[in-house]
Design a protein around this ligand. Structure first.
Ligand SMILES: C[S@@+](CC[C@H](N)C(=O)[O-])C[C@H]1O[C@@H](n2cnc3c(N)ncnc32)[C@H](O)[C@@H]1O
Length: 236
């Protein structure tokens, strides 16, 4: 990914109170992504507002587990998980418009009734919209690794944000991160282990839970001998 305007982005980040974990990319939209974005966002898009959400009201049911995902990308994994678990409700956040368009297409084609999207910075969504003790699970799959030392500060998994995420979980709710970047995996392990509200469900890294499908990218990486690390922590 090209990192343009790092100084400007950092300055904008400082002005808005935090350094962004993403850069705005002018990715090209396909005709289908544009069509489905326009068609679906009025129905399943949740506008960002500085007001806490009532998740039961949003999904019109209170007996379903509420799972929050940060960084859905193109949405394949998000849609597959939601389709396989109609008993749960999923709220995905993504900033990248072509990705949101692509997920809208999957939701429309598969008629997924248990998936909603917020197109906004997840850090602000967590801070402003999610009530404490409201989530049964949080998925953060392959967050941007920001592998250069000088960009590490952009990583999503950092103590203050993890503390907020932990508070948004119900007691017993889980935080599941996955990465293919070993050094980031180690940082995740250290950061999650240091959060007093969380405990590790595994002795170190966790086996991949069956609900997280292997992505094409991951299958290729595994064939080439690359690693993937899952971390599953629960709120006490
Ligand atoms: C490397 S991609 C991984 C996508 C997907 N989870 C997967 O496994 O294929 C990371 C995604 O997170 C999104 N992202 C990064 N920071 C974000 C933030 N603060 N709020 C919302 N989305 C974010 C990026 O736009 C990008 O699509």
């Amino acid at each position: 990914m090209m990192v343009a305007n790092t100084y400007e982005e950092d300055r904008a980040g400082r002005e808005s109170g935090h350094i962004k974990s993403f850069v705005r990319r002018l990715g090209r939209m396909s005709a289908a992504q544009t069509r489905y974005l326009d068609m679906m966002m009025p129905k399943i898009g949740v506008p960002y507002v500085q007001q806490t959400l009532d998740l039961d009201a949003l999904f019109a049911r209170s007996d379903a587990k509420k799972i929050f995902e940060i960084g859905c990308g193109m949405g394949e994994t998000t849609a597959r998980i939601a389709a396989a678990h109609p008993e749960n409700d999923y709220l995905g956040v993504e900033v990248h418009t072509p990705g949101v368009g692509s997920l809208c297409k999957l939701i429309a084609e598969q008629e997924l009734a248990n998936l909603r999207i917020i197109q906004h910075d997840a850090v602000e969504v967590v801070r402003d919209m999610l009530p404490d003790a409201s989530l049964d699970g949080i998925h953060i799959f392959f967050p941007d690794p920001w592998h250069k030392k000088r960009h590490n500060k952009r990583r999503l998994i950092q103590s203050p944000f993890v503390a907020q995420l932990a508070r948004r979980l119900k007691s017993g709710g889980y935080l599941h991160c996955a990465t293919d970047w070993e050094e980031y995996a180690a940082q995740m392990q250290e950061t999650l282990a240091a959060e007093p509200l969380l405990h590790n469900t595994a002795d170190g890294y966790a086996p991949r839970p069956e609900y997280r499908p292997l992505t094409k990218f991951e299958q290729r990486g595994l064939r080439l001998g690359h690693g993937v690390w899952d971390l599953v922590f629960r709120r006490l």
